[in-house]
Write a new protein. Structure first.
Length: 271
């Protein structure tokens, strides 16, 4: 009987040992699985600021660094390499440690976008109607350098006299808002695009004084036209203001084609 009781205790012990082994195995398996899950976290590179970067500041390589973070935490549009951000301008202040987002950066060499963040601080942007022929046929583009020509009616004792002047020289077109260009339908050959029905808008960054001058000429009824410069042209071009006496003198007109009091008065040939 005692021997039978000993066998029962032995079997019971073995069962408890087996149960403990099973529990230990499950605990170890769960721990191993959890460790495996931790090791399988995917990381992705992002560019972060090493210091505060004010808006309108050109970002330098020393101001940023690449950091690895869990992929699921990467915000949409995050910069992933130093080359994505160096040389660009933030549209808002960036704090140290902040991830840089591409949609909040401006490329200063791209014309026509985010003008307010790339223009010099001593300039203002004005908008002029793209009523000149070169604009209306799609010949001009942001980044072109141009002169603004105006023909202005000036009152005098005989009524009005027209003056044509190269009013503002060497301006850069910093932006354009043009209507859709219409393509001529031809026989399969490439045709020039035209948009003569609707006017667009040209944007220029100018000094405050030039902005007032241009506004005065426009509000006075002056007719504006545009002369395109070479991309490398920087010099001030000599150009004399043109009026009717200038035309008579340049082309050696001996007298007016039609002798009228108004024409004689405007040319100074009347008595």
């Amino acid at each position: 009987m005692q021997r039978k009781r000993g066998m029962i205790w032995l079997i019971t012990g073995l069962l408890f040992a087996l149960l403990a082994g099973v529990l230990t195995f499950r605990i170890l398996a769960q721990a191993t699985e959890a460790a495996s899950e931790v090791q399988e976290v995917h990381l992705s590179p992002v560019v972060v600021a090493l210091q505060d970067i004010p808006l309108r500041t050109v970002i330098e390589e020393s101001q940023v660094s690449v950091k690895q973070i869990p992929t699921e935490l990467v915000p949409e549009g995050a910069a992933t390499s130093i080359s994505d951000v160096v040389g660009k301008i933030p549209k808002q202040n960036i704090a140290a440690g902040e991830i840089l987002l591409l949609q909040r950066l401006v490329e200063p060499t791209v014309k026509g976008k985010d003008i307010a963040f790339t223009m010099p601080e001593d300039k203002v942007v004005i908008a002029l109607p793209a009523s000149d022929l070169m604009s209306r046929v799609g010949f001009l583009k942001p980044g072109d350098r141009v002169d603004l020509l105006f023909t202005l009616p000036v009152p005098d004792t005989a009524g009005e006299r027209l003056y044509t002047l190269d009013a503002i020289q060497n301006l850069e077109i910093v932006g354009m808002a043009m209507p859709p260009l219409l393509s001529k339908q031809g026989s399969g050959e490439a045709q020039p695009q035209i948009a003569l029905a609707n006017e667009g808008v040209l944007f220029f960054a100018v000094s405050a004084q030039d902005a007032l001058t241009i506004k005065f000429l426009k509000d006075s009824g002056a007719i504006m036209d545009i002369a395109l410069r070479a991309p490398t042209s920087e010099q001030l071009l000599e150009a004399e203001t043109v009026d009717l006496p200038y035309i008579f003198d340049r082309y050696q007109f001996s007298q007016s084609p039609v002798a009228t009091p108004e024409l004689e008065a405007s040319t100074g040939t009347g008595e």
